[in-house]
Design a protein around this ligand. Structure first.
Ligand SMILES: Nc1ncnc2c1ncn2[C@@H]1O[C@H](COP(=O)(O)OP(=O)(O)O)[C@@H](O)[C@H]1O
Ligand SMILES: [Mg+2]
Length: 256
């Protein structure tokens, strides 16, 4: 069963069309990734799914419900939770209070207390730093906090916007390992937006490549990883030299 179904979605900032007719589906319990260069419309897509931006056209279904144009707090309560690009932790609140902010829609106190333990198990550093201001954490620790805060909402699905942004390869790998564990252990469905195509295609089941607001390629990541054109465009592995290869390489470089 598809947990998320997006059909012909269009979003714009005034006259600037950022998402131009996107359709995609994510089955329950799976990890999907949306890859694409800067400005492709990835963040706009996620913000539209989570209700921060109203779409101009198209529809979003989550589980049994049509959530097109619903407000963000309704969408969070339904179990669709976004981890924003750039983390957006509350710098002057403690790490623990940031986590509790993630549970603001919940009324099951015992469940919240239990989940606080669970997320601190996934990210032990957040237990160590529980009483410190979140603004004092490193970039990687703030990314961990942002993911943990999303988990505190007891989500069925998490939308993760560029978790690797500005992080070292080692930290990024650590975060992806935990994301994979969360998916396997809790059955949480994920949609991960990334510019690091190599990493994302390694953990996700399904991949969508977004360019200029449109999906230009989609498929199983196992298949996408093996496709020569994907390797050239998105993984930086060149198969042929010459003018064509050169052009593609330049394009690849603009991603990083
Ligand atoms: N707040 C905004 N106002 C106007 N245009 C925007 C705004 N945010 C993004 N855009 C434009 O929308 C397009 C898609 O941006 P975005 O969704 O942020 O892309 P990505 O996340 O893939 O880098 C870009 O052309 C960008 O300049
Ligand atoms: Mg973005």
């Amino acid at each position: 069963m598809n947990l998320l179904e997006v059909a012909n979605l269009e979003s714009a900032y005034g006259p600037v069309k950022a998402v131009r007719g996107v359709s995609l589906a994510v089955p329950e319990g799976r990890i999907a990734t949306v890859l694409g260069p800067n400005g492709a419309g990835k963040t706009t897509l996620l913000k539209t799914l989570s209700g921060i931006i109203d779409p101009k056209r198209g529809s979003v279904r989550f589980g049994e419900q049509d959530i097109t144009g619903r407000d963000p707090s309704h969408i969070v309560r339904m179990g669709l939770v976004q981890v924003p690009e750039g983390r957006e932790v509350f710098p002057l609140l403690s790490v623990r209070d940031n986590l509790l902010m993630g549970a603001y829609t919940r009324t099951d106190r015992d469940g919240v207390a239990r989940d606080l333990e669970v997320v601190q198990g996934y990210f032990p550093i957040l237990r160590e730093r529980a009483t410190q201001d979140a603004g004092l954490l490193s970039g990687g620790q703030q990314q961990m906090l942002a993911i943990a805060r999303a988990l505190m909402a007891a989500p069925k699905m998490i939308l993760l916007d560029e978790p690797s942004l500005g992080l070292s390869p080692k930290l990024t790998q650590e975060i992806f390992d935990i994301v994979l564990r969360i998916n396997r252990e809790r059955g949480t469905t994920l949609l991960i937006v990334e510019q690091n195509a190599h990493l994302a295609l390694g953990v996700a089941d399904l991949g969508f490549i977004l360019e200029n607001g449109r999906i230009v390629v989609e498929g199983a990541c196992a298949v996408l990883r093996e496709r020569a054109d994907i390797q050239e465009f998105y993984l930086g592995l060149q198969h042929d030299a010459g003018a064509r290869g050169e052009r593609r390489w330049k394009r690849k470089k603009s991603w990083q």
